[in-house]
Ligand binder design. Structure first.
Ligand code: AMP
Length: 628
């Protein structure tokens, strides 16, 4: 039985609303008449607006980029939105304060961000974020996102708006319209259904505050005044709480203590949004902190900050020539508007409660989705016929699991890449086994072909960076390429499209995967764990043999017992015992591993910068490519 790589499939078109934020981005759509944020396959509703680029100029985006903040700090790019469509002159102060290098662009008037000698224009970085948002939404819905409305702050000028539009285009999105964030928020609350009105949108996020006055006449919103503060938000509330938490104790000024205090403060802040008091207990070095913070104490600390925002509200009303009672509705946007004091003060100021019914983090994306569905004249999510992959495609990983690169129902043509590494030292070849189907284990999947990538220079396990790319062209031809990035060695295979499988057969294969989903997932996890366990055992034995000097007899006995325990656990094939035994072995070898690691680092770092060394680290995964 052969399965085609391409079929005509019913695919949902996602007409999206995208909130391209400074810190986070969200994607929403109107589905079956309701505006809703699209959570990705892991249930995540937001994509961090972060790009991380390594020395080989390999970029990762979103959560994965966050994880690489310390691995590739020079290429860790946050708050890119602040530089969109701006010249270096426009953003001189912000450029100086940025944790990366902002330079005058050589390609355009706009500033660029220089990473490892290469210049990136902010809009191409924003395009990477939009592409990630698009990819997540498409995977989650199993559809295609081609058209979207994207939001921008009301104060964005033409060149910033144009840069946002370009970013959308570069990400393969037809930008239906760029709309103002406050307008989107008003749309989310259905304020456009009123014939006319004056609305105030109060947007207090983590680091910024914006307030805008909108006028609605005959169904059209106009921003008539806007102001804000690019350095006022929830972060300041956190700082006020840090003061309260550390009152009366002398905490050493260490970066990790400051970070721990900030985390504790933010979580206390959130608790105080729904509770009258919260207890903070922590230990920083020798200092023990045990403070109960009451809501009144917290509110007294943040009152000056809240009043500062109200001064901006007064200012913007003044600009618009309005009194508070002229405002028909007040809309809350941004996570910090969950703070009860903010809501109370707004109610006191306007004499009516603000709108807080919707999630304040999501209103902008929801409003953008509503605008998108109005523009396309349909709010139900179109179903269109497109060429799609009928089943998922992936490669076999060490231990017999399968890592999927393309999910079923992905419209073609399509390209997908994923990074892998080797499993044992000095491995000079890797076998790539291309698989098709929905199950988790290679043995349950259809084999489409195998090839071997040879000529990898001998390196320690985990050092080579093997980039595997799947490309399906419009004719449904799949080409799989594997390239080792440090040496440039490359190999590939063409998988011919074959036809002949009926819809029922495809359905059966999908059904079978659902039926076996849970057991498959467990089998996959256990296979990965077994592989990891075997490699830990191999390394422990090798270290004991080669560096007996580091392993005194009592420790040797302990390690050998732990190895025995892990071997027995692996033989049992049960997840929890393997995890527990691996922990025991890792703990018993911790001191040896640390000494070896320090030795390796001091050898490797010699003659090269630490950044170089860290930058060459591959995107290691729990599951590695199978041995060649
Ligand atoms: P945004 O930039 O709109 O995502 O807002 C994020 C800010 O909202 C951060 O400072 C968060 O700490 C803050 N935030 C999130 N949840 C709450 C909450 N329950 N109470 C107060 N602040 C919150």
């Amino acid at each position: 039985m052969q399965i085609p790589l391409k079929v005509k499939g019913q695919t949902v078109e996602i007409v999206a609303g995208i909130d391209l934020g400074t810190t986070n981005s969200l994607c929403a759509w109107v589905h079956e008449g309701t505006a809703q944020v699209i959570a990705d396959r892991e249930g995540r509703r937001i994509t961090p607006s972060v790009v991380n680029i390594d020395e080989q100029h390999h970029a990762v985006v979103g959560d994965e980029a966050q994880e690489r903040a310390l691995v590739s700090p020079e290429g860790h790019l946050t708050s890119i939105k602040r530089f969109m469509g701006r010249s270096l002159e426009d953003v001189y102060d912000e450029a100086k304060a940025a944790p990366y290098t902002v330079v005058a662009g050589t390609r355009t008037e706009q500033c660029s961000i220089r990473v490892y000698g290469k210049e990136y224009v902010p809009e191409e970085l924003s395009a990477m974020i939009l592409a990630e948002v698009k990819k997540r939404a498409e995977r989650a819905v199993g559809g295609r996102l081609r058209r979207a409305v994207i939001t921008v702050p009301a104060y964005f000028d033409d060149s910033q708006r144009q840069a946002t539009r370009n970013a959308g285009r570069m990400a393969g999105i037809d930008v239906l319209r760029i709309i103002n964030e406050p307008t989107a928020a008003a749309l989310a609350y259905g304020l456009n259904h009123k014939k006319a009105g004056t609305f105030l949108v109060y947007d207090l996020g983590g680091g910024t505050f914006d307030v805008s006055v909108l006028k609605l006449t005959e169904g059209v919103f106009k921003v008539i005044a806007t102001t804000g503060n690019t350095a006022l938000g929830g972060d300041d509330f956190d700082r006020a709480l840090v003061e309260l938490i550390s009152e009366g104790v002398q905490v050493e000024q260490k970066p990790q203590y400051r970070a721990a205090l900030k985390i504790a403060a933010e979580s206390a802040k959130k608790a105080l949004s729904s509770q009258d008091a919260t207890r903070v207990q922590m230990q920083l070095g020798d200092v023990v902190i045990d403070q109960t913070i009451t809501r009144p104490a917290y509110e007294a600390a943040i009152a000056p900050l809240v009043h500062k925002t109200l001064a901006s509200v007064e200012f913007v009303l003044d600009e618009a020539g309005l009194d508070p009672e002229d405002v028909n509705d007040v809309v809350c946007v941004g996570g910090s508007t969950r703070t009860p004091l903010v809501r109370q003060e707004l109610e006191r100021f306007f004499g009516k409660p603000p709108h807080t019914e919707l999630n304040p983090d999501e209103v902008v994306a929801l409003g953008a989705a509503i605008q998108a569905s109005i523009l396309t004249g349909d709010g139900t999510g179109d179903t269109v016929l497109l060429d799609v992959t009928p089943l998922s495609l992936g490669i076999e990983t060490y231990g017999g699991g399968c890592t999927k690169l393309l999910w079923r129902n992905t419209p073609v043509p399509v390209r997908a890449t994923e990074g892998f590494t080797t499993h044992v030292d000095d491995q000079t070849a890797v076998a790539i086994h291309v698989l098709q189907g929905e199950r988790e284990m290679a043995a349950d999947l259809r084999s489409l072909g195998r090839f071997v990538l040879r000529g990898i220079p001998p390196m320690k396990a985990g050092m080579p960076r093997v980039l595997v790319e799947f490309f399906i062209d419009a004719d449904g031809l799949l080409k799989v390429t594997a390239k080792e990035m440090t040496s440039g060695t490359e190999a590939s295979i063409d998988v011919q499209p074959t036809y002949g499988l009926t819809d029922e057969q495809v359905e059966d294969m999908i059904f079978e995967s659902i039926e076996h989903a849970e057991e498959d997932m467990i089998a996959h996890i256990v296979a990965d764990l077994k592989a990891e366990g075997e490699s830990v055992i191999r390394y422990s034995r090798k270290a004991m043999a080669e560096r007996a000097d580091l392993v005194p007899p009592p420790l040797r006995v302990q390690i050998e017992a732990a190895i025995g325990g892990l071997e027995a656990a692996i033989a049992s094939g049960e997840k929890e015992p393997i995890e527990a035994a691996m922990l025991v072995l890792n703990e018993s070898t911790a001191t040896v591993a640390e000494t070896l690691m320090n030795e390796v680092l001091s050898v490797t770092v010699a003659g090269r910068s630490v950044g170089e060394v860290i930058g060459t680290e591959p995107r290691t995964r729990a599951s590695d490519i199978q041995l060649g």
